[in-house]
Design a protein around this ligand. Sequence first.
Ligand SMILES: Nc1nc2c(ncn2[C@@H]2O[C@H](COP(=O)(O)OP(=O)(O)OP(=O)(O)O)[C@@H](O)[C@H]2O)c(=O)[nH]1
Ligand SMILES: Nc1nc2c(ncn2[C@@H]2O[C@H](COP(=O)(O)OP(=O)(O)OP(=O)(O)O)[C@@H](O)[C@H]2O)c(=O)[nH]1
Ligand SMILES: [Mg+2]
Ligand SMILES: [Mg+2]
Lengths: 274, 290
Amino acid sequence: RNIFKGKGKKIFEEIEKVLIEADLGAKTVIELLEEIKKENQVFKSYAELKSILKDKLKNILNGAEANFDLNEKSIVLIYGVNGVGKTTTIAKLAKYLSDAGKVVALVAGDTYRAAAKEQLDVWAKRLNVKIYMQQHGADPGAVIFDGITAFKNNKKLDILIIDTGGRLHTNENLIKQFQKIVNVIKKVWGKMPNESLMILDGTTGQNALSQVDIFSKVIKPTGFIMTKLDGTARGGILIQLYEKHRIPIKFLGTGEKFTDLEQFRIEPFIDRIF
Amino acid sequence: GLKDKVNGILDKLKGKHLTKDYVENVLREVRLALLEADVHYKVAGKFIESVKTNIIGSKILESLTPYQQIIDLVYKEFVLLMGEEAILLEPPKDTLHIWEIVGLQGSGKTTQSAKLAKFYKDKGYKVLLASLDVYRPAAIEQLRILANNNELDFFEDKEKKPVKLAKKARQYSEKNSYDLLILDTAGRLHIDKEMMKEVENVKAAVKANEIILVVDSMVGQDAANIAKEFNEKLNITGSILTKFDSDTRGGAALSVKYISQAPILFIGIGEKIKDIEVFYPDRMAQRILN
Ligand SMILES: Nc1nc2c(ncn2[C@@H]2O[C@H](COP(=O)(O)OP(=O)(O)OP(=O)(O)O)[C@@H](O)[C@H]2O)c(=O)[nH]1
Ligand SMILES: Nc1nc2c(ncn2[C@@H]2O[C@H](COP(=O)(O)OP(=O)(O)OP(=O)(O)O)[C@@H](O)[C@H]2O)c(=O)[nH]1
Ligand SMILES: [Mg+2]
Ligand SMILES: [Mg+2]
């Protein structure tokens, strides 16, 4: 009995549509469905095929959950392409850490975009955390150097979160600037940031792969945060990303308030894909 | 890219008798390339169906150069879908025109609003910029700075309600004989009922002439959902695809055009005030298909 003709074919097509629309990527979806065919898995309904696929995806994402524990004086570097939610996510992380009893400070490392430091400053005031910033147009490396130096000398502060300007991975000058920022941090902190979190927009399609490839050449992320999953996008690109890079996903952004941050959990994430 | 893939398939077909099966195989590869370029599943399907219909109608199977003809048909269908020529909005200069700029969070609305103002000021229009984003920290400040840095007029008012603020901007524009009022709005989710109602109310309150949807060109399948909801609620009259200076294939552009039917007016190609270009459909065809 060939399940891949007739009703079986319909079910395959239906689930192919669901997974592609979740941004898993067409090639990835086709490979997954080919695997199921090769494995001769038996399914009598859409629900059964869905359950087989959920298990496959859970297997792929095995290990993708990770904690965000900063138990020593730490620096957190935040970066990513333009408009993904870096500055807002920093506010959320500051809230998360403050609630956990940490004393947080921020560095306004985006010295280029209009009102970037003003935007972070509003969040700093709302959260009652210290913020290091300088005049518009200052060298970001210098601002970050000064921020880290002050942070090191301030015994009261536990965590320093560094905001950087949005930059496209295709902009060579901005990637070079980012490399300089990382070098400055290594120099003044004596090591890599304790956490280097690349922020990904949940609505991004296959371009996320190129973003991660290029940014990873400068610094390997310790984790991802995927934002804007309170919309209709399902963030399926994380599956290809995890398969390729094995970088954990620490949090998901689910809104514009500083409380809209959730820990990444594999099961609910996969459930949402379907 | 797609061009190489299809040429690869067609090379395998050289010398073979071109059957319906072979055409199906070629189109399957084209569809896959569209999906990999982030074109929405349904849009890619519809596109392939149209090409298939045209292939059947065009007796391509009997031609001497079927391969090239299939490529040509795909390309033609593409340009048809994207809009056949560049559309430059050029409202008459003697009456006030109001453009409402809408879209998802972070798509580039504020930056594009400033770019549009500069673009049209350079064309001799008297342009006023106004921000209705009373939510995002320092959003109004962001547009104010962009305006001041580029000698663009910026509307200032203490009003905190977006609809009232829009009305006041309109009144001010009329009183001061502006040709063009550009209203930057806050980023919002297409599924946020209240926020969608807000931009509908703004549109009605000022009788906006254009509703321009700003979409990040790196967006994946969600572009279709975004375009559908914004179009149903607001009747989009044009769109701008931003961050086209990235290496995204930009399939979102095809989805937005197909679903909204509104012309893609401009593309954003950088963060600077000059980084805006009129959209040329045939250039986009090459980008998505290549
Ligand atoms: N709905 C939703 N909106 C978000 C989320 N995270 C951020 N945003 C919104 O996305 C927009 C951009 O956020 P920013 O924090 O300015 O993004 P950014 O990466 O710092 O931007 P640049 O510095 O300009 O590159 C703002 O309107 C935020 O409120 C999220 O999880 N959900
Ligand atoms: N490289 C590039 N960056 C862009 C382009 N358009 C906007 N940006 C950047 O994208 C980020 C977001 O732009 P904004 O104009 O703040 O986006 P927005 O839609 O107004 O954001 P919200 O008001 O929070 O919804 C900023 O860092 C901009 O400089 C573009 O065409 N290319
Ligand atoms: Mg920012
Ligand atoms: Mg804005």
